[in-house]
Design a protein around this ligand. Structure first.
Ligand code: SDX
Length: 338
């Protein structure tokens, strides 16, 4: 919450990757480096143009990171300096790839990244060819700050596990993206919006969720393996979601939000997680629903990269044992005896 009150996303991205918030000159250098790496190669842009229009954007972005590995001169180098260079390149290029597919899928021309715009402003420019009101950009920036890093969630643990065999950063991030796609994890922000669209209007929300709970359905955007009394990121993101709704006169989603939140608390004592306010906020910004988890990726690249670099810095292979509950030991019979 403090980082959201006092920082821009670029400052937090620096913090996650370097361990401390930047001073003015460190931030200036970081921003210059990030902006200089935003361009995608012609090869990858052509590959994106050839990707099927009905592909899921999470599969597209996962593939783009793999394509980046094919052309990155540092791919095989796991040294701290090479890993930081690769992390910055993937961090800078991911929004460009997300926006390139967003426009390609709509039959629109791809918009090149600008070096004059912030991380969030540039993303909107590449997506919509315009930068929205600064309040909208700030709300988007806030969502990136809140998504950046979150300890050992399943996609981060995936990245750590891949790294522990001394595989490379691109491969670890590719695996993390695959894990984040799942609706029990990052995919929840998309699922929340599908739920809200299915409900349609606030007046129907109470009946809809009562019915879902009676049928023992899992309600997306609620619950958390670690936060049992509420996700500390929600109050901040809810505040900005409500600000955006007021600005864009789309308060039906905030009314729906409050009804669903109330029933979940009353019936199951289950609190919303950060995906619950993020989904509708991105929807009000005019972003297609299946692009919400790729936005989560754009921010979490920083957290994943930090964990990958930490794992490389003092690695031990991650190889759990398991309690075997299969068939008893028996002799191998020859084929003609079976
Ligand atoms: C993220 O780990 C991280 O930090 C992840 C993340 C990050 O920043 O990286 O915070 C991002 O992934 C947030 C979570 C997004 N996922 C969702 O919104 C999907 C919906 N949530 C549920 O699937 C669930 O809450 C989990 C999986 C997130 C956590 O569940 P747990 O801790 O594994 O607990 P559980 O599934 O065993 O549920 C315990 C009980 C069950 O009831 P009973 O069977 O005991 O009667 O609570 C119920 C569950 O049915 N329950 C829910 C529910 N979440 C838990 N019931 C309905 N709807 C829900 N959302």
């Amino acid at each position: 919450q403090e980082l959201c009150d006092k920082c821009d996303f670029e400052e937090v991205a620096y913090l996650v990757l370097n361990g401390e918030l930047p001073n003015k000159s460190q931030l200036k250098k970081f921003i210059k480096q990030e902006r200089s790496e935003r361009k995608l190669s012609k090869q990858i842009l052509n590959d994106i143009k050839k990707m099927p229009r009905n592909a899921h954007p999470m599969d597209v972005i996962r593939t783009c990171v793999s394509l980046m590995a094919l052309e990155d001169k540092d791919t095989k180098d796991n040294s701290p300096k090479a890993n930081m260079r690769k992390a910055m390149r993937i961090f800078a290029k991911t929004p460009t790839a997300v926006a390139a597919y967003f426009r390609t899928r709509k039959g629109k021309s791809i918009i090149a990244p600008s070096k004059k715009l912030s991380f969030s402003e540039n993303f909107f420019k590449m997506m919509f060819n315009k930068v929205p009101d600064k309040e909208i950009v700030r709300a988007f920036d806030i969502s990136l700050i809140l998504y950046a890093e979150h300890s050992f969630n399943v996609s981060t643990f995936t990245a750590r596990t891949i790294t522990s065999s001394l595989s490379d950063l691109h491969g670890a991030i590719t695996g993390a993206i695959a894990s984040l796609k799942g609706p029990l994890h990052g995919g929840a922000n998309e699922a929340v919006m599908h739920m809200m669209k299915e409900i349609g209007k606030p007046e129907k929300a109470k009946a809809w969720i009562e019915n879902a709970l009676n049928k023992k359905k899992v309600v997306m955007g609620f619950g958390h393996r670690v936060y049992r009394t509420g996700d500390s990121r929600v109050p901040t993101m809810k505040h900005y979601m409500f600000k955006v709704a007021k600005l864009l006169k789309k308060e039906k989603y905030t009314r729906m939000y409050e009804i669903l939140e109330k029933v979940m608390l009353q019936r199951k004592n289950i609190h919303p997680n950060v995906d619950f306010p993020c989904g509708p906020t991105y929807y009000m910004m005019g972003i297609d629903i299946d692009f919400y988890t790729p936005i989560f990726v754009m921010s979490r690249i920083t957290g994943w990269s930090a964990h990958i670099m930490e794992q490389h810095a003092s690695n031990k292979l991650i190889r759990p044992l398991s309690k075997y509950r299969g068939a008893e030991v028996r002799e191998v019979m020859l084929l003609n005896q079976r």
